[in-house]
Design a protein around this ligand. Structure first.
Ligand code: SAM
Length: 218
């Protein structure tokens, strides 16, 4: 599926979702089809979210590109992701932060986390990505502070624990707003111990982030 991948990455570049060489290289490198259930693999290079089971999705490639570009990653960074799914976005981030960096990713549904671990093992990212089962709205204090934190599910408001786990000068990116698909992507820069700068990055549609600082379970 290498040619389909090249084609999609070219389109994402031409439409302005991919802006930098590092993101282009990472998305060319990571095989999205390996992070999907077998029945949806033929659609791996359609630019759309697809079901991964348990009512969850693998994010659309253009959304992965938008988030990863906004993170402005460099080698060696310490990263926290909330919402592992099947592990695709974490692998793209791992490609950029490299072997000196690390991605910690929290998933609340144990079976998805287990499949993500297998996918990351099969594609060679297992040493760079640690999958944790738990409520990501609490962050992952064990490995804080983080250079960057990002959420791939939407919270009613920015979870306070995530802000506190940022390095000074680091930022987080998270969808925030209504539970059902009308949200804004926001970035929160930690300026000093107690000061943050919040910026709206535009409209998005994500599944809900469920947890203590997120939405209640149905
Ligand atoms: N990062 C994924 C990818 O690469 O395609 C996208 C995953 S999907 C859009 C969002 C994920 O967030 C789901 O797997 C869902 O179970 C998870 N999630 C929702 N609330 C969560 C929480 N509080 N902590 C951790 N994961 C959560």
């Amino acid at each position: 599926m290498k040619y389909e991948r090249e084609d999609l990455v070219e389109k994402l570049f031409n439409h302005g979702y991919i802006k930098t060489e590092k993101v282009k290289k990472a998305m060319l490198q990571v095989p999205r089809e390996e992070f999907m259930p077998p029945e949806t693999r033929p659609y791996a290079y359609f630019d759309r979210p697809l079901p991964i089971g348990k009512g969850q999705t693998i994010s659309a490639p253009h959304m992965v590109a938008i988030i990863v570009e906004k993170l402005d990653l460099t080698q060696g960074m310490n990263i926290l992701e909330i919402g592992t799914g099947f592990g695709y976005n974490a692998a793209v981030v791992a490609e950029i932060v490299g072997e000196e960096g690390h991605v910690y990713t929290v998933e609340r549904i144990p079976s998805l986390a287990e499949t993500a671990r297998e996918n990351l093992k099969n594609t060679g990212y297992f040493n760079q990505v640690t999958v944790i089962v738990g409520d990501g709205t609490l962050g992952y204090p064990d490995k804080a502070p983080y250079d960057r934190i990002y959420g791939t599910a939407s919270a009613p408001k920015i979870p306070e624990p995530l802000k506190k786990q940022l390095k000074i000068g680091g930022w987080l990116i998270i969808p925030q707003g209504s539970r059902d698909y009308f949200q804004e992507l926001v970035s929160v820069l930690r300026i000093s111990h107690d000061d943050y700068k919040v910026q709206n990055l535009g409209g998005v549609a994500f599944v809900p982030m469920i947890g203590e600082h997120g939405w209640p379970e149905d």
